[in-house]
Design a protein around this ligand. Structure first.
Ligand code: ADP
Length: 404
């Protein structure tokens, strides 16, 4: 007798992240969502490659290296995973696969079961996210071809933001441009949806107006009213808003015109500059990794962290204005959950809103990786919460495929 498992895939430009969960309907699942069985990733699928997988209790399932001339590529990485999963899963068998898909456009505001018609819709969105959409769709297509009977679900990074009012989604551009789909979509929605699901359980009550800071390699901020997105720092692409690991964040579009017109850069060179050579990496000249910058005495590293924090502070002001005030601030993702110095600096930048950091609670949350970090009387509460996009995808997909 085997039990069903759901596999969650997150196909990025140079990695394939995966996890598997025991299938559970939302009512069967505990407060943390479906139970995770294993997790892992295949990295740098186009150079020398490395795969690692471990069970939920930390047992190593695989550690494997490929030299560059034998690297599996995206397709090979997924084929390798599909061949290995039955061995790793033991009594569980793969019943369905859920994918993180970056762009769901204006239409997809909830997870959807994949078929050829939905896939065609998502293909039509590739021009809106040419750097991120194709990988996820390639994995879906590969599974449709090799395992046509397997149920597949797409969960979207944009979906959570479809609740935003029209004014928050609009650019001040003529309608013929807006009609092409040039509007603010917002991203990191799977992380935000997971955080929103946790807000009601936080004690004491966090109030209705929340800003969530998802601070990882990619970084963004989302204003939520009563757990629904009303505004986000990211817009048409995942390039806008906060300073990121190697992405520039908010930039006067005139800079792009200047680089092309006066500096003779072509579109691909500008794209490479803005996505891969800017942000913490570009400013510091050292690294995109916050841990490296924090450990460095180089003034450029401190300047990069200073700009990172300054922009977050300004974005908090902007999003608080969109909310008409602020009740709570949540830190999540790698930097948000683990960098106490960044959190402290951001809380200082938000002190004018009535946020009073509690150094003891902050130190405790730094050890536990979560918790409330403000004083009991603080007008704005601040929290640290772990991100769990994969767990949220599993929760959404189980709710769709195995409703209560
Ligand atoms: P991704 O967006 O790729 O999912 P993560 O959410 O894992 O990324 O965040 C990666 C970022 O978190 C990196 O900048 C990393 O340096 C930072 N980070 C992780 N742990 C710490 C830590 N203990 N202190 C400071 N920064 C950390």
């Amino acid at each position: 007798m085997t039990s069903p498992a759901l596999v969650v895939l997150n196909a990025g430009s140079s990695s394939l992240k995966f996890s598997a969960y025991a299938v559970a309907t939302p009512t069967q699942s505990d407060a943390n969502g479906p139970q995770r069985l294993l997790t892992g990733q295949v990295d740098a699928v186009n150079g020398a490659a490395h795969a690692r997988a471990e069970s939920a209790d930390g047992r190593l399932l695989e550690e494997r290296h490929w030299p560059p001339d034998q690297a599996p590529g995206h397709e090979g990485a997924l084929a390798h995973l599909l061949a290995a999963l039955p061995h790793w899963l033991g009594e569980h068998t793969v019943a369905a696969v859920a994918h993180r898909v970056v762009h769901g456009g204006m239409h997809y505001s909830a997870p959807v079961r994949l078929d050829t018609a939905v896939l065609a819709d998502l293909d039509a969105l590739v021009p809106l996210a040419p750097l991120h959409q194709p990988q996820g769709l390639a994995a879906i297509r590969q599974l449709m071809a090799t395992a046509p009977a397997l149920a597949q679900v797409a969960c979207f990074d944009t979906a959570f933001h479809t609740t935003q009012p029209a004014v928050a989604q609009a650019y001040a551009l003529p309608p013929q441009i807006t009609d092409l789909g040039v509007r603010r979509y917002g991203f990191h929605g799977l992380s935000y949806a997971h955080i929103a699901s946790r807000l009601p359980s936080l004690r004491p009550s966090v109030g209705l107006r929340t800003i969530v800071l998802h601070l990882g390699n990619g970084a963004s901020a989302c204003a939520m009213r009563n757990g629904e997105s009303v505004a986000s720092s990211m817009g048409f692409t995942a390039l806008d808003g906060l300073v990121m690991g190697s992405r520039c964040g908010a930039l006067d579009p005139g800079v792009v015109l200047y680089l092309i017109d006066q500096q003779g850069m072509d579109v691909r060179a500008v794209e490479h500059l803005l996505y891969q050579q800017s942000g913490l990496l570009g400013v510091s000249g050292l690294s995109a990794d916050m841990r490296v910058l924090q450990a460095s005495n180089d003034p450029r590293a401190q300047a990069a962290i200073g700009l990172f924090v300054y922009r977050i502070g300004r974005e908090i002001g902007s999003l608080a204005a969109a909310l008409g005030g602020l009740d709570s601030l949540v830190f999540t993702a790698g930097i948000g959950q683990h960098s106490a110095p960044v959190r402290q600096a951001v809380c200082e930048a938000a002190a004018w809103l009535g946020l009073a950091l509690d150094p003891e609670a902050h130190a405790e949350a730094a050890v536990r990786g979560e918790g409330c970090i403000t004083r009991p009387g603080s007008r704005v509460q601040a929290w640290v919460l772990p991100a769990d996009e994969e767990g949220w995808i599993a929760f959404e997909a189980c709710g769709l495929l195995w409703p209560a």
